[in-house]
Design a protein around this ligand. Structure first.
Ligand code: HPA
Length: 244
């Protein structure tokens, strides 16, 4: 039986309709997860929830303890992880408010603890990462969007930057040349760590702004927050429509 965990990103620190049965602090060999793991039912479906940036949205992308988070979800019995991310849009199809289920990523992050296989007693291990996302879970997400009659872009390349600052216009041009469609700061090393623990992992991204240089003028937090609030209401509906 599969058990779904949701990792909430910016704008999704709580799942309002989650009937929480318990909160559990799971200790891991890598330290503490971003928050206690919430277990409960979402529209009758058992779900585990973890806010990536902490309950009060206080942990920036480069300081998230990704290893502890994924380990704690595995320990709690999760088999499948749906990672929710707010992103910037790079290519034309990915304007603000678009929902996307990416199928590829490019990792530009650095200095993050990005593997479980680096202990002195762990064997050298190279996971296959040709397809970074779990196709069956991606399809469930796409079907849930269709079921809710929400338009979804069913593929796309997520470029993962280090943050916490946003990118320069030249960095975004470079990412576009690399084939990136959207840009965010948290998809890695999360996806690779889930693969190392043999978990099924997919990403649901909400575009909250045009990436740097893709629109005139600066990117304002006010615009991002307005798109986040509206978009995350849709994301909650999509999560409620996922068939485990
Ligand atoms: N860049 C990186 N991360 C982001 C952005 C962006 O433009 N928007 C939301 N998260």
């Amino acid at each position: 039986m599969s058990k779904i965990a949701i990792i909430g990103g910016s704008g999704l620190t709580r799942l309002h309709a989650l009937e929480i049965e318990r909160h559990e602090i799971v200790s891991t060999p890598y330290g503490e997860s971003s928050a206690a793991i919430a277990e409960g039912y979402f529209d009758g479906v058992p779900v585990i929830f973890l806010p990536r940036h902490g309950a009060g949205h206080v942990i920036p992308p480069h300081k998230v303890n990704y290893r502890a988070n994924i380990w704690a979800l595995k320990e709690s019995g999760a088999t499948d992880i749906i990672a929710v991310n707010a992103v910037g849009g790079i290519s034309k199809r990915f304007g603000p408010k678009v929902v996307c289920v990416p199928d590829q990523l490019v990792d530009y992050t650095y200095n993050r603890e990005n593997t479980y296989f680096d202990g002195e007693d762990s064997p050298v291990t190279h996971i296959d990462f040709t397809e970074p996302y779990c196709e069956s879970l991606r399809q469930k997400l796409i079907h849930a969007c269709d079921f809710c009659k929400f338009t979804v872009v069913p593929e796309g390349v997520y470029g993962v930057t280090q943050g916490p600052r946003l990118e320069t216009a030249a960095e975004i041009r470079r990412m576009e040349n690399d084939g990136c469609d959207i840009v965010g700061m948290t998809a890695m090393p999360e996806a690779a760590l889930a693969r190392e623990l043999d978990m099924c992992y997919a990403n649901l991204s909400l575009v909250v702004n045009w990436a740097a240089g893709k629109t005139s003028g600066p990117i304002t937090m006010k615009d991002i927050e307005a798109n986040l609030e509206q978009g995350m209401t849709r994301v909650r509906t999509i999560i409620g429509a996922i068939k485990p």
